[in-house]
Write a new protein. Structure first.
Length: 360
């Protein structure tokens, strides 16, 4: 019997057997191959998965339902100077998705409005009241990110006031979909084979695919004849952060997003991300673990115990001093969140001991 890494049993007493044959004295490259094979990667496809690139794994965005329709509507809004609103969720996936679209639209000459709902006062997802308010403030197009797949009433209210809505989400859908100009979601039940194969992609990954589709649409219209085309690769640091923090499965496209996103992050191009890394006392380029346990929780803290829009403001900041101030606030809020969680845990343990008749 071949045990993994020479360990016969785990701390719980379970045998550590290779899911595959395994060989003693594996090199690091061979170990990575064994792990990939154990996760279902065909042997003749190991090289592509060992060094994942966007070029090798990015699907044609047009393969997704409503992607072209959503990109065309966004392109119309960009070219005609319409007011665009981004409605994002308050977690890391929502913050990074919103920031990605804000940064892209800025490069296209548009400064969008951003709306992040308050977690306690408004709850999850778009509300009809908020969408109608965006319309009253001048928006003619709203893009919801990381939410909207089940917002039947809210999207109907948006339609009633002639606010076009493009939904970019990844949560499970029902057979009946809410009314929207475009519903971009790989987990639509009517999605094709390519789209359905990417059901594990986080909302920020879907936002990146929309960005690819939008730039391609504008390129076809000659929009970049007299202006520089955005470098979408520079937005991959946001995609990596949102993907890891949302605990999305790291295989195929997600592996490429995170691998390449960490490289972009190491270049410290995003002012807010750099300030957050400094606030988290990260002295080396962030690793995948850092995204999940250092940067992600600090972004999340804004939506849980602080102001819900702090994460987006940080990740789209162009002022280093402002970014450092917001990052310091998120760091403080994260400590507050940890203290609250510890207190709740202690109270729960105390109640459990009392129920069991044991002294705490």
């Amino acid at each position: 019997m071949m045990f993994a890494l020479g360990v016969e049993r785990s701390a719980a007493g379970q045998p550590w057997k290779w899911r595959r044959s395994g060989e003693p004295g594996l090199t690091m490259d061979a170990l990575v191959d064994e792990l990939l094979l154990a996760r279902g990667v065909p042997r003749d496809d190991l090289e592509r998965h060992r060094k994942p690139t966007i070029r090798d794994f990015l699907p044609d965005p047009s393969a997704f339902q409503d992607m072209d329709k959503g990109a065309a509507r966004l392109a119309d809004a960009v070219q005609s100077g319409e007011t665009i609103a981004i409605f994002g969720d308050y977690d890391v996936d929502g913050a990074t998705s919103s920031a990605l679209l804000v940064l892209l639209l800025r490069q296209l000459g548009v400064e969008p409005m951003v709306y992040i709902p308050d977690r306690l006062m408004e709850g999850y997802g778009p509300s009809g009241r908020a969408l109608v308010e965006l319309k009253q403030r001048g928006a003619s197009l709203a893009v919801t990110v990381d939410c909207g797949a089940q917002a039947f009433e809210a999207l109907q209210q948006a339609k009633d006031v002639n606010l076009d809505v493009v939904v970019v989400d990844h949560h499970q859908c029902a057979t009946l979909l809410p009314v929207a100009h475009a519903m971009i979601n790989p987990n639509r039940l009517d999605e094709g084979d390519v789209g359905a194969a990417h059901g594990h992609v986080a909302a920020v990954g879907m936002a990146f695919l929309l960005a690819v589709s939008l730039v391609r649409e504008l390129r076809g219209r000659g929009f970049f004849a007299d202006r520089e085309e955005p470098r979408l690769i520079d937005l991959l640091d946001l995609v990596a952060l949102g993907t890891v923090a949302d605990v999305a499965r790291l295989h195929t496209l997600n592996r490429a997003f995170v691998t390449q996103g960490l490289r972009v992050m190491a270049a410290r191009q995003n002012i807010g991300m750099t300030a957050l890394a400094e606030a988290a006392r990260l002295v080396k380029p962030p690793s995948c673990r850092d995204l999940g346990f250092a940067l992600g929780p600090r972004i999340n803290a804004g939506g849980r115990v602080g102001k819900s829009d702090l994460g987006v403001r940080l990740l789209t900041s162009t002022d280093p001093e402002e970014a450092r101030t917001i990052a310091a606030e998120l760091d403080r809020l994260n400590e507050e969140r940890r203290a609250i969680e510890m207190q709740v845990c202690e109270q729960a343990l105390e109640q459990a001991d009392k129920l069991n008749g044991a002294p705490y």
